[in-house]
Design a protein around this ligand. Structure first.
Ligand code: SF4
Length: 221
């Protein structure tokens, strides 16, 4: 049963790595900002960009709404792809002001599927970012999928290599209890596993999932 395999993977990872305490961030808006900035860069670089915004007292929707995109880009420069990411951050904030009076609290009452659809309609917000915002900033039970999730589940033959984002998300959401804390921890543990062991060249012999069947010791990126 897939649900039992996923539960076993989760337990092995939690036993090995311990709780990951995701998502780092003092406020809901800091978590959202981190989710938008983290694409294609290391978390250390995101932290530098967030520190810039914080030290300038600009890490709020109101403050960013009053800046123009080049000003935002300069502040988040350490995050890489800063011009593109500044546009995305501004798009999110502008949407928040245009549709929801600039208040994150107004998003709390929106049904998860509707909020997901609205986030995906914001220019530059893709599925992984939208789902990270839903799960980690708003505590909604949405499983976040990324390249590590795909690599690990394919190597363990839990899903077809051609599976798309929604099929991967469905794999977890259909086979696990609808539990925000479980989704929070499981995604963080898969990221840790992908970074430390399940790399393009896998380190199966020393991996916490080494004992599981159907593990393919082959290159897959
Ligand atoms: S490194 Fe090997 S054992 Fe570990 S998750 Fe990847 S495929 Fe599985």
């Amino acid at each position: 049963m897939i649900s039992e395999q996923l539960t076993e993977i989760y337990q092995l990872l939690l036993n090995h790595f311990g709780p990951q305490h995701w998502w780092p961030g003092d406020t809901q808006f800091e978590i959202i900002t981190g989710a938008i900035l983290t694409q294609n860069t290391s978390w250390a670089n995101v932290e530098k960009a967030i520190a810039n915004l914080k030290s300038a007292h600009l890490l709020t929707p109101e403050a960013l709404h009053h800046l123009d995109t080049p000003q935002v880009a300069e502040l988040i420069r350490p995050a890489g792809y800063f011009n593109v990411k500044a546009k995305r951050l501004k798009s999110f904030v502008d949407w928040l002001f245009e549709k929801h009076d600039g208040r994150l609290a107004n998003l709390e009452i929106i049904d998860t599927e509707q909020l997901r659809a609205e986030l995906l309609a914001v220019k530059g917000i893709g599925r992984e970012t939208a789902d990270s915002i839903l799960l980690y900033a708003f505590g909604r039970s949405v499983f976040v999928v990324d390249a590590y999730t795909a690599r690990i589940t394919v190597r363990h033959e839990l899903i077809d290599p051609d599976a798309d984002y929604e099929q991967l998300r469905g794999l977890f959401q259909s086979n696990l209890p609808d539990d925000v804390q479980l989704f929070n921890e499981f995604h963080a543990l898969l990221v840790k596993l992908g970074k430390e062991f399940c790399r393009p060249n896998p380190k199966c012999q020393v991996c916490p999932l080494e004992q599981l069947p159907h593990c393919l010791e082959q290159d897959y990126s």
